[in-house]
Design a protein around this ligand. Structure first.
Ligand SMILES: Nc1ncnc2c1ncn2[C@@H]1O[C@H](COP(=O)(O)OP(=O)(O)OP(=O)(O)O)[C@@H](O)[C@H]1O
Length: 749
């Protein structure tokens, strides 16, 4: 950590002079310009050294040999501020302290890459338009651009992770081969961190390694320790991610690094990161970038998107791909990008961060702001360094790039990198590292879920405590009733209702699943089995503890077999309810809406359960199918036979047993007799007549249990289909929400 801090200090000192007003000419129009009299001499950061165009030509001439070093391939432009392998007077050697195992990187080339989404956008179906570029082992390649310019889409296209409506045209080459990257050879980190708050950093990475890596435990442990070191997480490795009781959770910078470390346990050749600096303050952002630079130093190829960066962070990039509305405005070395803007007539003012300058020039949102600030501009002199309509500026930059030597250099580099002979012998075809068996994954997920359940006290232990209190309250209230049938209804209904407390935890679990599934760490069936197996002990504990308290307080029949049936019925009811909760959590993926909708479903179930109105007297909610007109209840009763009427209420009929707990009443009242006066007695079924409908068959309660069990299975089958069909939809829905929030925050800023 100290080591990284010292780097960051150096980076700051090496480049912050560019943004510090001290020692500068007071003029606001101070640009990174070509030096007078040297037409071909490129611009650079203020303190960058003199350099020669021949260097880049030499690098292109060297082609593959030059980049196949395995460690940080360095940019001649950035030798002063940006080199990890070239000695710099202001920077300590980074390669020396890097003790991690070297990772063989891979070259990534995208050629004429176009992504379309049919019919979803008003103005154009093309999100990315004929983009060309490459990323080399040991380098940081950044895709930059304004919001909605297609950065994430380009990154996803390269990683083969486009959502289903999007179509990709063009080619992506990995080490010169068009074959897609096999499992375990690359990592993709989403913009939103989906971490398990109740685990420690080491546990989180360890379970991830167990899911991802085949082989021995010792290998997995060493992969986890390597990932912790690589992401500078050693100081936090035993801390709980989301915090505990009064201890705060880890800050967003550390959370982001954990998300990246999770993908590093397989030691990927290529790492894709969507917005690594998302929601990070400037210190965390610099630390993150220095860590990524260090990671690139081990040989890994890093490609990531970024909206904006500080000058220090900008100095760490090797190559930049600048996008605007899907068009590539520039691809090449970072300082050459400054040159490109200068050539196009938009030199970067010396006091401005290069990335801010680029975005200012190509972000159409600024036009509106400039118009608003016209009067301010008049008062304060030059407001902007780009005195041109943004659309015109974009067209100028695009045209300048097409004619530039950078564009030609990129094409010739792509040519070299995609030649077949590149694959041999230094650029081997990337092979899969193997997968963990499904049985192991189920075991790992079950164990991990058990651990989470045992630690999520707010959602699970609190739920048990509240359910016990509820059982005591209901039991005490109904303890003096002769026929306490309504107490059974109230108990089962309210215990199911309390389970809603677990919804936020389920939403998080689904999000974690979606993120793991999209990276191939798990599958829908494996996740569901793991979840069910882990929830069984917990639900059983909940059922047995609350049922025993309730059972004896109310004074139900004291027979062991009847008590066991009661516990089993409550357990199956909760198991079915758990399945319903998972479906609701999946559909809404947001706590407030999920809770609201689940409460609504529960209330409807209670209404239709036959307690408030006996089932046989329930009115039909819909009109007749034949005439399609709403009918009054008497008319309906006359026209539609009873069986058909029952079908109308099918949606309410299906979950009814879960809350009605007909089986529990049959368990309690079948075979009993109640004295009426001195001589007469009536059966339990007759005693309930007019209050509740139960069957007089002795096997009815088992049929009811079976229905509950089938419901538990059916809800999970529905969830399996939903998850199996659209795990990526969960990720993209989360992304859309994050992107919306992100765009809102940017607008506010
Ligand atoms: N699957 C999709 N369906 C419809 N439109 C999409 C889809 N994916 C992306 N888009 C649209 O494409 C445009 C670019 O999206 P993308 O997420 O790639 O942009 P971005 O540059 O990463 O922006 P931001 O940083 O704001 O997320 C946006 O207008 C987005 O709405």
């Amino acid at each position: 950590m100290e080591e990284i801090q010292s780097y960051s200090d150096n980076y700051r000192s090496s480049s912050s002079s560019a943004s510090s007003p001290a020692g500068r000419a007071p003029s606001g129009n101070f640009f990174y310009l070509r030096k007078p009299g040297s037409q071909r001499r490129p611009i650079s950061f203020e303190d960058s050294p003199e350099w020669d165009d021949a260097e880049i030509d030499a690098q292109l001439e060297e082609g593959v040999d030059a980049i196949n070093v395995g460690t940080a391939a360095t940019s001649p432009y950035l030798s002063n501020v940006n080199s990890l392998s070239i000695a710099s007077p202001s920077l300590p050697e980074v390669s020396a302290p890097v003790t991690e195992r070297k990772i063989a990187g891979a070259s990534v080339v995208w050629k004429d890459l176009t992504v379309t989404v049919k019919g979803k956008r008003h103005y154009s179906d093309k999100i990315v338009k004929s983009s060309n570029g490459y990323a080399l082992p040991g380098t940081l390649t950044v895709i930059m651009g304004p919001a909605r310019s297609g950065k994430s889409t380009l990154l996803r296209a390269m990683a083969g992770k486009l959502p289903s409506p999007a179509r990709m045209y063009g080619e992506v080459f990995i080490n010169g081969s068009k074959e897609s990257m096999p499992y375990g050879t690359y990592g993709y980190v989403e913009r939103e961190d989906t971490l398990i708050d109740s685990l420690t950093v080491r546990e989180m990475l360890y379970y991830s390694a167990l899911l991802q890596l085949p082989g021995f435990f010792s290998q997995k442990k060493s992969a986890v320790e390597d990932a912790i070191q690589a992401m500078s997480l050693a100081d936090y490795s035993d801390k709980v991610i989301g915090g505990q009781c009064y201890v705060k959770g880890l800050p967003s910078g550390e959370r982001r690094r954990i998300s990246i470390a999770r993908e590093l346990v397989t030691r990927p050749h290529v790492l894709f990161v969507d917005e690594p600096l998302y929601h990070l303050d400037s210190v965390s952002a610099l630390l993150m970038m220095v860590t990524l630079k260090k990671l690139a130093g081990t040989g890994c190829t890093l490609i990531f998107t970024m909206y904006q960066s500080s000058t220090e962070v900008f100095g760490l990039f090797d190559r930049i791909c600048l996008l605007s509305n899907g068009n590539t405005l520039f691809f090449g070395e970072t300082l050459a990008c400054l040159q490109h803007f200068s050539n196009a007539g938009f030199p970067c003012p010396i006091m401005q961060s290069p990335s801010d300058h680029f975005l200012r020039a190509i972000n159409t949102d600024f036009d509106r702001i400039i118009a608003m600030c016209k009067s301010l501009q008049d008062d304060n002199g030059d407001f902007t360094s780009v005195n041109m309509d943004t659309a015109v500026a974009i067209r100028t930059l695009e045209a300048t790039y097409k004619l530039s030597s950078e564009s030609a250099a990129v094409e010739s580099m792509i040519e070299k990198l995609t030649k077949k002979h590149v694959c041999a012998p230094g650029w081997p075809l990337i092979k899969s590292k193997g997968k963990v068996s499904s049985t192991t994954r189920v075991a790992v997920l079950t164990w991990r879920s058990l651990l989470i359940l045992s630690r999520e006290w707010r959602y699970f232990w609190l739920r048990i405590v509240l359910s016990l209190l509820l059982a005591v309250c209901v039991g005490t209230m109904f303890s003096t009733w002769a026929i306490p049938f309504s107490s059974i209804f109230v108990f089962v209904s309210f215990v199911s209702l309390l389970s809603i407390a677990g919804l936020p935890a389920y939403i998080k679990e689904i999000k974690v699943y979606a993120s793991e599934e999209s990276n191939g760490h798990t599958g829908a069936l494996v996740f569901l089995l793991g979840h069910v197996l882990a929830s069984i002990p917990f639900l059983f504990l909940l059922s047995i503890s609350t049922s025993i308290v309730f059972y004896f307080l109310v004074g139900l029949r004291s027979e062991f077999s009847l008590l066991m049936y009661f516990v089993l019925n409550v357990f199956t009811c909760l198991l079915a309810n758990d399945g319903l909760m998972m479906v609701v959590a999946y559909v809404w993926l947001e706590p407030f809406q999920s809770i609201l909708n689940l409460v609504f479903i529960h209330v409807i179930m209670m209404l239709a359960a036959g307690y408030f109105r006996i089932h046989s007297n329930l009115p039909r909610p819909f009109g007749c199918t034949r005439c399609r007109t709403p009918l009054s209840i008497p008319t309906l009763s006359r026209q539609v036979p009873a069986a058909a009427r029952r079908r109308w209420f099918a949606p309410a009929n299906l979950p009814r047993p879960a809350l009605l707990s007909q089986g529990l009443l049959e368990n309690e009242y079948l075979g009993t007799a109640f004295a009426v006066g001195q001589v007469r007695s009536i059966s339990g079924t007759q005693a309930l007549h007019g209050l509740y409908t139960i069957s007089s068959s002795s096997s009815a309660k088992w049929a009811n249990l079976l229905v509950l069990l089938l419901m538990a299975v059916a809800y999970r089958a529905v969830l399996l289909v939903l998850l199996g069909c659209s795990a990526r939809t969960v990720v993209s829905r989360c992304r859309r929400r994050v992107a919306g929030a992100c765009a809102g925050a940017r607008r506010r800023n």
